[in-house]
Write a protein that binds this ligand. Structure first.
Ligand code: IFM
Length: 408
């Protein structure tokens, strides 16, 4: 790492926050994921591996559905001025065309409580999960889903829009499509590149139309997608095959969706976790992995800088809406935050219009196919009592948010 100054100040009005998604923290949701988990837990493959189903079934998650006030207090205790949270479509429209008034009121209350605490609200409308009836009708591979999603967005705009400061129409459409329709790691476990392409196109249309809908009602709304941006580079700069592959993968992974949606985006949401060092031979990726966290992912803070410089070219405000690590022992989190913020600051200094940083995550939550083992939280959550406890890094992050700066 390069030599660092003493104190790095962030721009006035910078948003400091934490991020969660509805399914990963709320608990008690029935949707395509809950159904898939239940089936998977009964499968032979699962039993043969002697895995404990309870660790892989979302169930009550962090019980944030009932504990959201406490969670906002925790967010406030970190001196954050914004919070990213999700709305679960399956709660709002559990059956086709049937709106659940009780759940709409619930989210109205959640948003009102966040606002009352002085937090700016960044709200994700879709974070990979869908109502069962949507999944049964073909999910995002069915173009009807676009119309149905827009009806849901219309309802949210009407009922909840007044308390939403930033709209995130879709979370990481690229990762969703890759895992759900190419590798089959996520439901509906497809391996079909043509379907994947269809899904991506449908998601593009869904975002572009949702953007227009939100602006019909709120002309000054701030709406965008948050994408998963990987820093992709050739392992050897002189190797033309690696250079070509890196460029190609960067285009498919980082650029395509952005190019098709940038006109209909008030900001770019950036989730940064990965560095991909491309080699010419299978499996085409070979990271040096000098430092990895509990999930085995390389920690590569410098990549944050490169990604922000890439996004800068689109000339839109950028919000880092996710960045974090699985670190049960909290051994690496402080340094991780500090080093990533160093590069965020460096990108700002050199012209990137970065306006916020949201740490993933406030709480230890349900990490999708990996269940409850990875611990991404600034706060731990007791799996039985749901008691939350701050990890030491929470205080550290709280100081950064309070002073709007980092010390070296
Ligand atoms: O937990 C996920 C989140 O839902 C989407 N972005 C990456 C996080 C960590 O894997």
């Amino acid at each position: 790492m390069e030599s660092k100054q003493k104190k790095l100040k962030f721009p006035n009005g910078f948003l400091w926050g934490t991020a969660t998604s509805a399914y990963q923290v709320e608990g008690g949701i029935t949707n395509d994921w809950s159904e898939w988990e239940a089936k998977r837990a009964k499968s032979k493959k699962f039993k043969n591996k002697k895995l404990n189903p309870d660790d892989y079934i979302c169930g009550k998650a962090c019980d944030s559905y009932n504990r959201y006030e406490e969670d906002f207090d925790l967010a406030k205790s970190l001196n954050t001025n914004a919070v990213r949270l999700g709305i679960e479509w399956a709660r709002i429209e559990p059956k086709k065309g049937v709106w659940d008034v009780k759940e709409i009121k619930h989210y109205a209350q959640v948003l009102a409580v966040a606002k009352k605490r002085g937090l700016k609200t960044v709200v994700t409308l879709w974070h990979w999960t869908s109502p069962l009836w949507i999944a049964k009708a073909g999910g995002w591979a069915n173009k009807e889903t676009i119309t149905r999603y827009l009806r849901y967005v219309d309802l949210i705009v009407n009922e909840l829009g007044g308390n939403i400061d930033y709209w995130v129409t879709l979370n990481e459409p690229n990762l969703f499509t890759f895992f759900s329709y190419i590798t089959g790691k996520f439901p509906p476990e497809k391996h079909n590149i043509f379907k994947a392409n269809k899904v991506m196109n449908n998601l593009v249309k869904a975002h572009n139309n949702a953007y227009d809908k939100i602006h019909e009602y709120f002309p000054n709304a701030k709406a965008g997608i948050t994408g998963l941006y990987n820093y992709i580079e050739p392992a050897h700069k002189w190797n033309f095959v690696e250079l070509f592959l890196a460029k190609f993968i960067h285009k498919i992974w980082n650029k395509n969706m952005l190019d098709k949606t940038i006109k209909n985006s008030d900001f770019i949401g950036c989730n940064y976790y990965f560095h991909d060092r491309i080699v010419w031979y299978p499996p085409f990726k070979k990271n040096l992995n000098k430092l990895v966290h509990d999930k085995g992912w390389e920690i590569y803070p410098e990549g944050m800088y490169h990604i922000l410089k890439f996004l800068q070219k689109y000339k839109k405000p950028i919000y880092i809406l996710e960045n974090g690590l699985a670190d049960r022992g909290d051994k690496l989190r402080k340094q991780f935050i500090k080093d990533h913020l160093f590069y965020v600051h460096k990108a700002i200094k050199t012209g990137a219009d970065v306006r916020g940083y949201f740490h993933w995550s406030l709480l230890d939550n349900f990490e999708w196919a990996e269940g409850y083992a990875p611990k991404f939280g600034l706060f731990t959550v007791d799996r039985k009592t749901f008691e939350r406890k701050a990890r030491p890094s929470a205080k550290f992050y709280g100081e950064i948010c309070k002073t709007n700066s980092i010390n070296f």
